[in-house]
Design a protein around this ligand. Structure first.
Ligand SMILES: NC(=O)c1ccc[n+]([C@@H]2O[C@H](COP(=O)([O-])OP(=O)(O)OC[C@H]3O[C@@H](n4cnc5c(N)ncnc54)[C@H](O)[C@@H]3O)[C@@H](O)[C@H]2O)c1
Length: 428
């Protein structure tokens, strides 16, 4: 099948490449000329494990262009995968989706199914349909379908190819079935729903995962006060199948381009319908508090924060990605810089992105250099390579051997045995 994917970011590029790998001819469209130019030369705009190889492997079935008209030519299905960033009030900014819908209306050259993969407020499918209607006066048929994306950065290809479920929300059964056919080779559960429920499933799922994180962080804060260890508590809670082990890692709070924005958007949607979402409000409040906790812990360990030499391990919002959108590390580093700290930071892949937004930071070549001559080493992203560091070497190079482990990657006893003063989250 000939398919067009609009937007070549984390979702669009992975979607386009994976769909090409399933045997379809895919044209990926992006307004960013530089991105498209680079993609034509196999230079990827993002870091995602395995993606470069997959793009290369599907070279013959994968094209890139800045022209939506060219991308849509002969395509039966068009995926929309552009960003829906948050506005200041938490509402989703739908400018990009609306622009794409308008361009689709103007570029129709036959029957099309328009599939929304971007995370959008409930009712957006109807709006996309009406925007196309305003811009297209021909006779071809067009159906708007919602197919929210659940992939996680860092394991995006695996997640796309092995989904727990594919959700397809549509008004017409034949349109839903046609889209289902694209995912059929994945041999996964495909659920067909109405449009609005599909849109809501995405927000509800992300909000639930964020709730799990804020919940365990709250438990962690109580654990610390009563002398319990949240790692043990969470592990054993997770044995209960009704609870499940995932998303119960206490830490410095959630960041990234999805959870903060999607919870904020759902709060906004609820309020616009005169409903005050008490749980979602608390999820955001706990998360805000959790980010501040790191600074308080550094202060507690050092007495004062002002002017200290601090080493930072990890900037990306989570491991295996270069994405730093809403990363907790950004907030922590900015607060430390405001207090006149001398900061050295290392992240295995996110430093090029970090350099664009962080000032007053010395970016170094590895974790050991980040620790050298500092008074406190702060772990902010749980990259696997940080778990296996030579602690003896680290201790010998630090001015003061203090570790604030904001992702609980170390065993407190082991670290203390090496002569460090240690604090994690939710355990003493
Ligand atoms: N990143 C994730 O892990 C993830 C997971 C699931 C769902 N989502 C959702 O998917 C959507 C996309 O997220 P992302 O992280 O891939 O965003 P992104 O910012 O990485 O990529 C968006 C791309 O769209 C392009 N674009 C903007 N306007 C365009 C236009 N008019 N025509 C063509 N291209 C245009 C941008 O240049 C950019 O390359 C969002 O709604 C997000 O919430 C993201």
């Amino acid at each position: 099948m000939k398919i067009c994917v609009v937007g070549t970011g984390y979702v669009g590029l992975v979607t386009g490449t994976c769909i090409a790998d399933l045997g379809n001819d895919v044209t990926c469209v992006d307004v960013d000329e530089k991105k498209v130019e680079n993609l034509k030369k196999n230079i990827l705009p993002i870091y995602e494990p395995g993606l470069e190889e997959l793009v290369k492997r599907n070279k013959k079935r994968l094209n890139f262009t800045t022209s939506i008209k060219e991308g849509m030519k002969g395509a039966e299905v068009i995926f929309i995968a552009v960003g829906t960033p948050p506005k200041h009030n938490g509402e989703a900014d739908l400018t990009f989706v609306k622009e794409v819908a308008k361009s689709i209306g103007k570029s129709m050259d036959g029957d099309k199914i328009i599939v929304d993969k971007s995370t959008v407020p409930i009712g957006m499918g109807d709006l996309v349909e009406s925007i196309i209607e305003d811009n297209y006066k021909g006779k071809s048929r067009y159906d708007v379908v919602s197919c929210p994306e659940f992939l996680r950065e860092g394991s995006a290809i695996h997640d796309f190819m092995n989904p727990d479920r594919v959700v397809i929300g549509a008004k017409k059964k034949d349109a839903a079935e046609k889209v289902a056919g694209i995912f059929a080779p994945l041999k996964c559960k495909i659920v067909i729903t109405d449009l609005r429920s599909a849109e809501m499933i995405k927000y509800a799922s992300n909000s639930f995962l964020a709730t799990k994180i804020s919940f365990i962080n709250e438990i962690a804060n109580i654990c610390e006060r009563v002398g319990a260890d949240v790692s043990t508590v969470a592990e054993v809670m997770g044995f209960d199948k009704r609870i499940g082990a995932q998303f119960l890692n206490a830490g410095a709070g959630f960041g990234g381009s999805c959870f903060p924005k999607d919870v904020a958007a759902l709060i906004n949607i609820a309020r616009s319908e005169d409903y005050e979402p008490l749980i979602l409000n608390a999820v955001m409040e706990v998360n805000k508090m959790q980010k501040k906790l790191v600074l308080n812990k550094i202060k507690r360990m050092l007495g004062t924060v002002e002017g200290r030499a601090i080493g930072i391990l990890g900037i990306a919002f989570k491991p295996n990605t270069d994405d730093i959108r809403e990363a907790v590390a950004l907030d922590v580093i900015k607060s430390l810089a405001e207090k006149g700290c001398r900061i050295k930071a290392f992240d295995p892949v996110a430093m090029p992105n970090a350099k664009k937004v962080l000032k007053n930071v010395t970016f170094v070549k590895d974790a050991y250099e980040a620790a050298e001559k500092t008074e406190c080493l702060v772990v902010l992203t749980e990259w696997n390579e940080f778990r296996e560091l030579d602690l003896k070497k680290i201790k010998a190079s630090m001015k003061k051997p203090v570790i604030v482990d904001a992702r609980n990657i170390y065993d407190p006893e082991t670290v203390k045995k090496h002569g460090f003063e240690y604090t994690g989250i939710g355990r003493n």
